[in-house]
Design a binder for this molecule. Structure first.
Ligand SMILES: [Zn+2]
Length: 195
């Protein structure tokens, strides 16, 4: 069985000039793999959450990285034995070896999906669990702290990243809503995917 747990709920507090932000980080366990998604940039929160699960950094087999932004990837390097599923030309990195991954590289119940828009190179996961199909969306959808979490397919992306494409982003959102029962956003709370 494949199960998913939110280790750190992502947050994004907008300041006058900048943000205080770190991404949602999940723990996915399959029959033979322990996987972390977007480890983020808040070391204390991540280490506390791993400790609560009885895990050390060396226990992680794979790290999934949705996209290149530091609030999602800054802590990626702390997992000594992990392979990295990356947005970078859809390559899995095993130390200095890199090769193209199959969309089921992480297991038969986990699909790696291309979801461009927030940036061109952006991946999400669709995870089949006992509680339904859960999408790890990365920043296909996210909220600022204090913002009402009402899902709207055309919702503005406040990051306004270089290379952002709103049309692609809307298409990626539609894809995830169609496939998933629940969506875990890059920053904010998990929500039900209303069809
Ligand atoms: Zn983000």
């Amino acid at each position: 069985m494949t199960e998913i747990k939110i280790l750190v709920e992502g947050y994004a507090k907008e300041l006058k000039k900048g943000w205080v932000a770190s991404s949602t980080s999940c723990l996915i366990t399959t029959e033979d793999k322990t996987i972390i998604t977007d480890p983020g940039c808040n070391r204390d929160k991540l280490m506390d959450a791993l400790g609560n699960e009885g895990l050390r950094t060396g226990d992680i087999d794979y790290v999934f990285l949705s996209h290149k932004h530091p609030d999602h990837v800054l802590l990626a390097g702390i997992f000594e034995k992990a392979k990295y599923i990356t947005f970078d030309s859809n390559l899995v990195y095993d130390k200095d070896r890199m090769f193209e991954f199959d969309k089921h590289e992480l297991g038969k119940n986990i699909e790696i999906i291309d979801t461009p828009g927030h940036v061109l190179e952006h991946l999400s996961l669709l995870v089949k669990t006992s509680k339904g199909r859960i999408a790890v969306a990365g920043d296909v959808i996210w909220w600022r702290d204090g913002e009402k979490q009402t899902f709207n397919i055309d919702q503005k992306d406040y990051a306004q990243s270089k290379g952002m494409n709103m049309k692609d982003l809307v298409t990626s959102r539609k894809k995830l809503v169609a496939l998933a029962d629940y969506i875990i956003p890059g920053h904010g709370k998990m929500f039900k995917a209303e069809k």
